[in-house]
Design a protein around this ligand. Structure first.
Ligand SMILES: [Fe+2]
Length: 328
C-alpha cells in the first residue's frame, strides 16, 4: 500500500503447512466501511489523501523488518511512500482502503478499532495445496506470528489487470449459446491452416497445430445462423464482406507473431478456458466475443486446453467496423 497502484488481485498458494501456523485473516472493507458512524465517514472523506508509508510500518511493527544496512533502510523510507485516500469506491459502493501498518490518519485509532471487528473477518486455516485468490483493493489481509519451528510455506501471486484499449479489441454484445454452437460444429472436418506462398519452414506454410474448417453453408434456423445475423447487422456487413471459419489451436501449442490476411476479425471463443490474444507492444487481452484489429501484430500463447474459436474474417478494416458499431 506504499505504492499508489496496487495489484488488483492477489493469491496465496499453500505448499506446506504444519499445525500451529497462523491462519490468514481477511477483512471485508466494504462491510466494515458501511458499519462506520456517518460523521466518521464524512471526516475521512474530508481528510482526503493521507500518507501510506513503510516508515509507519517500521514504527508500528511488532516484528522487526529484516533490513540490515542503514543505507537500505534510508532508501526504503524515501521511496516506499505515497498519498492515497482512505475512502474509495468501486461498482459495489464505498470501501475503506486502510492498513493498520502503513496508513497515517487523524482518525487512525477509531478506524483501526472499528474496521477490523470479528464479524467482518474470515480466518482461513491453511491446508496443503490450498489456493486463495482475493480482491486486493477491497479485502484487507493479515497474519499473526508463527513460531520458527512450524512450517508455513506459502507462495504469493500478484495479478495485473490486463490493459484495455479500443485500438486493439472491442467486446461485442452478441447473444449466443456456446454449447449449441459447439454441437453444430461437431461434424466439421479440420485441416491444418495453410498459406502456400509462405516461406518454407514458416509456421503458417502448414500449421499442423492450428487447424481450420470453413463454414460454407449457414442454416438460418441454427445458432451459428443466429450469430451471423447479429454480426451482419451490428457491423453493417453483406454476405460477401466476410468468410466464416472454426479454428482449433491444439493444447500446449502457440501461434507465432503475425498479422492476419484479412484486415479485421470478429471472434467468439468456444472453449471453456483459453489463452488470451497477445498484442505486440501492448500485452495480453482476454475476451469471449470481440471485434479485433488483426492488422496489429499479435501472437496466441500456449494453453493446456484446445482453443476453439468461431471466426469471421472481415474484408472491411477495423476502424470502419468500429464506426458502424458506434452508429448503432
Ligand atoms: Fe491472427
Amino acid at each position: 500500500m506504499y505504492f499508489k497502484d496496487i495489484h488488483p488481485y492477489v493469491g496465496l498458494r499453500c505448499n506446506e503447512v504444519d499445525k500451529g501456523a497462523s491462519p490468514t485473516y481477511f477483512c471485508d472493507m466494504h462491510a466494515a466501511w458501511d458499519s462506520l458512524p456517518e460523521d466518521l465517514k464524512q471526516n475521512v472523506r474530508d481528510e482526503g489523501e493521507v500518507d501510506f508509508t513503510l516508515a509507519n510500518f517500521f514504527k508500528r511493527a511488532r516484528y522487526p523488518y529484516d533490513v540490515q544496512k542503514p543505507a537500505e533502510l534510508r532508501y526504503l523510507r524515501m521511496t516506499r511512500k505515497c498519498k492515497n485516500t482512505i475512502c474509495k469506491e468501486d461498482g459495489k459502493g464505498e470501501y475503506a482502503y486502510f492498513s493498520p501498518a502503513y496508513t497515517s490518519s487523524k482518525y487512525y485509532n477509531e478506524l483501526n478499532q472499528l474496521l477490523f471487528e470479528d464479524k467482518f473477518v474470515y480466518a482461513h486455516e491453511w491446508k496443503d495445496n490450498d489456493l486463495v485468490v482475493w480482491n486486493n483493493k477491497t479485502i484487507s489481509h493479515m497474519r499473526k506470528g508463527t513460531p520458527r519451528h512450524i512450517v508455513r510455506n506459502l507462495v504469493r501471486y500478484a495479478f495485473h489487470e490486463p490493459k484495455q484499449s479500443e485500438d486493439y479489441l472491442t467486446h461485442l454484445p452478441i447473444k449466443y449459446n456456446r454449447d449449441v454452437i459447439l454441437n453444430e460444429i461437431k461434424e466439421l472436418t479440420f485441416k491444418p491452416f495453410e498459406v502456400k506462398r509462405a516461406p518454407k519452414g514458416n509456421f503458417f506454410r502448414y500449421a499442423k497445430s492450428w487447424l481450420r474448417s470453413e463454414i460454407t453453408t449457414i442454416r438460418d434456423d441454427g445458432e451459428i445462423g443466429n450469430v451471423v445475423t447479429q454480426v451482419k447487422s451490428l457491423l453493417d456487413l453483406k454476405d460477401d464482406d466476410f468468410t466464416l471459419n472454426v479454428f482449433n489451436q491444439k493444447a500446449n501449442t502457440s501461434v507465432p507473431e503475425h498479422k492476419d490476411i484479412s484486415p479485421c476479425a470478429m471472434i467468439i471463443i468456444l472453449s471453456n478456458n483459453a489463452a488470451p490474444i497477445t498484442f505486440v507492444g501492448h500485452g495480453d487481452m482476454n475476451y469471449k466475443c470481440a471485434l479485433l484489429n488483426t492488422q496489429a501484430p499479435h501472437t496466441i500463447k500456449s494453453y493446456i486446453e484446445d482453443r476453439i474459436t468461431l471466426k469471421f474474417s472481415i474484408k472491411k478494416d477495423y476502424k470502419s467496423c468500429l464506426e458502424s458499431l458506434k452508429l448503432k
